[in-house]
Design a protein around this ligand. Sequence first.
Ligand SMILES: [Zn+2]
Length: 255
Amino acid sequence: MPTTRILAIHAHPDDVEILAGGTMALLADLGHVLTIATFTAGDCGSHDLGPEQIAAVRKGEAARSAARIGATYVCLGLHDLAIFNDDASRRLVVEALRKARPQVVVTSSPVDYLCDHEAASALVRDACFAAPAPNYNTGAADASPPLAAIPYLYWMDPVAGEDRDGLPVAPDFIVNVQDTFVRKRDMLAEHASQREWLRQHHGTDDYLDAMERWTRARGERAGFSHGEGFRQYRGHPYPQTPVLQQLLGNLAVRG
Ligand SMILES: [Zn+2]
């Protein structure tokens, strides 16, 4: 398999780790070039620090997490609970795509419990469509050239694998992340501020354990000890070849 450029992009720091960290570690081991991007720096994720202070902390955590698998971390600079599918945000995402230049994009589920996750999903879908169009100008001072083609687009599972009504959202395929689960856990552990925030805001102290229960549950569905689920977006005219499944070979099985 030739080296592939892969962008994992989700709303907030730690979303990629929870939903796709093991798969990203596998792809890193296979020699692919990874970028992890978040729309926000998670500026609402603290009880004690102001938005700018916690954003700085969380960008550092996200960068250290990405570095554990040799990935580059990028933050788009939007704010929590303020991701909207509008013109300015679409141009921002297109510029991020043109800078990362991915052939494969993995993003948030279009149905999820949180508005930011759903808005991010729609923005990435539409930015993938716009990124190759030469006349679509992002307005960036250091604008990058258009992509050669629409990237292969995938969705991660929604959080807990459910839509807003609690109905299950079935993955197309599940990736066996048994061999990279320890690294997935180490990546998530870099987000130390979030463990503390959830302990105070949600009253629970099982940040890492909740991720492990979820990863085990997703794996169980395919007979693995640990798994992560994905769906491929196949709307016209997005490319249809199951490239990510082919990169992962027999580590990916039908969900
Ligand atoms: Zn999130």
